[in-house]
Design a binder for this molecule. Structure first.
Ligand SMILES: [Zn+2]
Length: 394
C-alpha cells in the first residue's frame, strides 16, 4: 500500500520536475514572466505539499484509493433501471412523461430484445453475483401519483412488465391531491407490483439529524406493514440525495439496496446503497434518449473521491475514481457536470482525477461520464452530489 502511494507521489514529483526544466529552458521569457512562473512554482510546490500532507493525514483509507494498476474486472451483473414520476400530467413537465413518449418506451422494450425484469430480481442478482441476460432493464416509479394507477400500470400489465413503486407514506396516508390511496396501492400489490420506500415525509435526508432520519424510516416502515402487510426491501432516496450517514441508516433499518436519481448503468461492484437510475421526463424522454439509457453498460469504478456524495468542504471537491472496467477506451472517456461547462480530466494510469475551479452550488449537482461502446451503446457512470445549504453559508 505504501509503495503504491509513493509511486503516486513520485508521478506528482516527476511532473513538478518537468515543469521546472521547461521553465529553465525557455529562451523567450521576460523577467516578469520568469517572476510570474516562479510564483506559480511556489504555488505548485505548496499544492504538492498539501497533497502529501493530505495523503498522510487521511491515512490508509486514501492510500488504498490510489492503488493501481487495477486489473480489469468485468461486472458479473449488468442492468439498467429507468425511473418515472408522472404519466400524462403535462402540467408538471419536469416530472411528467407524455403518454406518447411512454407508449414508445414500452414498444421499444417489447421489440428491442430487452430482458425486462423486476428490481428485486436485479438486486438479488447483484447481491449473489449472478449474471443477467443482455440488455436487462428494470422499471421504477417514484412518489405514487395516481397516474401510475390510472395510466401507466394498465399498459405495463398488458405488456407483462414488472414495476416497483417507491412511495412516501404521508402523501398517501393523507390522500393528497393526485396521489394514490392505500386501497389503490393494495390493488397494485395484488397485481404483483413491488412497493419500495421513500420514507414518511419525503425529506431532504442529508439535511436531517440521524435521529430524525431513523424516525422517518421507523414510522414509514410501521405504516407500510400496517397498510400493505409488508415492510419494503428496497429504498429510494427522496430527490436522490444520499450521504454516507444516510446510506448507513437505510441499511441499518433493514433495507437490502437503495437507489438514487443519477444516470448510469448498474454493475456489480458498485455501491449497493446508491444505485443509479435513468430519470425520464418530457424533456429527457425522447425515444432516442430512452434507447441510449436502456442500452447503457456500466463503467466500473473503485476508490471514488469524495466517497461521501454529500459534502460541504472542500468545494469544489477533489473528484476522482479508478476505472476497473471497461478495459479499453479510457482515452475516450468524457465527463460532464451540471454546474460547469468544462471539466479538466487528468489521467494517471487507470486513475481519473476531475478538476474544476468552480464550486458546486448548494443542492444537487450531477456528474456523467461515458465511453463509447460501439453499436450506439455507451458505458456510463454517473454520480449525484449534494451540498447542504447550511454548510454553504458557513
Ligand atoms: Zn420522490
Amino acid at each position: 500500500m505504501h509503495m503504491i502511494s509513493i509511486t503516486y507521489l513520485m508521478i506528482f514529483s516527476i511532473n513538478c520536475n518537468i515543469s521546472s526544466q521547461g521553465m529553465i529552458n525557455s529562451s523567450y521569457e521576460t523577467s516578469s514572466q520568469t517572476a510570474q512562473r516562479g510564483a506559480w512554482m511556489i504555488f505548485f510546490r505548496a499544492l504538492l505539499s498539501s497533497v502529501i500532507l493530505l495523503l498522510g493525514l487521511t491515512g490508509s483509507g486514501l492510500m488504498v484509493s490510489y492503488s493501481w494498476p487495477v486489473s480489469a474486472q468485468e461486472p458479473q451483473t449488468k442492468a439498467v433501471v429507468i425511473m418515472y414520476h408522472r404519466f400524462g400530467e403535462s402540467d408538471f413537465p419536469s416530472t411528467n412523461i407524455s403518454m406518447d413518449q411512454f407508449r414508445a418506451h414500452v414498444e421499444e422494450l417489447k421489440t428491442g430484445g430487452y430482458n425486462v425484469t423486476s428490481l428485486p430480481k436485479i438486486v438479488a442478482a447483484l447481491i449473489n453475483g449472478d449474471p443477467l441476460p443482455p440488455k436487462t432493464v428494470g422499471l421504477s416509479v417514484d412518489d405514487a401519483y395516481e397516474s401510475v394507477y390510472t395510466k401507466a400500470w394498465p399498459i405495463l400489465k398488458a405488456a407483462g412488465f414488472p414495476l416497483t413503486v417507491f412511495i412516501a407514506a404521508d402523501p398517501v396516508d393523507q390522500h393528497t391531491d393526485r396521489y394514490m390511496s392505500w386501497d389503490q396501492l393494495r390493488e397494485l400489490v395484488d397485481d404483483g407490483v413491488t412497493m419500495g420506500s421513500q420514507t414518511k415525509f419525503h425529506p431532504h435526508m442529508a439535511d436531517l439529524t440521524a435521529d430524525a432520519n431513523k424516525t422517518e424510516l421507523k414510522i414509514s416502515n410501521d405504516m407500510f406493514l400496517e397498510k400493505l402487510g409488508k415492510v419494503p426491501d428496497l429504498f429510494a432516496y427522496p430527490y436522490g440525495e444520499a450521504s454516507t450517514e444516510v446510506m448507513a441508516l437505510v441499511k441499518e433499518a433493514g433495507f437490502v439496496a437503495a437507489f438514487g436519481q443519477h444516470s448510469g448503468a448498474i454493475g456489480s461492484g458498485g455501491e449497493l446503497f446508491n444505485l443509479p437510475r435513468f430519470a425520464m421526463n418530457e424533456s429527457y424522454g425522447s425515444i432516442d434518449r430512452f434507447k441510449l439509457a436502456a442500452n447503457a453498460l456500466p463503467i466500473s469504478v473503485s476508490d471514488i473521491t469524495p466517497s461521501n456524495p454529500t459534502f460541504g468542504k472542500p468545494n469544489p471537491p477533489l473528484i476522482g475514481f479508478t476505472l476497473t472496467w471497461p478495459e479499453h477506451g479510457l482515452d475516450r472517456l468524457t465527463c460532464y457536470a451540471s454546474h460547469v461547462e468544462k471539466l479538466d480530466l487528468q489521467r494517471l494510469g487507470k486513475r481519473i482525477e476531475i478538476r474544476t475551479d468552480k464550486a458546486m452550488p448548494p443542492g444537487r449537482t450531477r456528474l456523467n461520464c461515458t465511453i463509447p461502446a460501439g453499436n450506439d451503446r455507451w458505458y456510463w457512470f454517473g454520480r449525484q452530489y449534494y451540498v447542504p445549504k447550511k454548510v454553504q453559508t458557513d
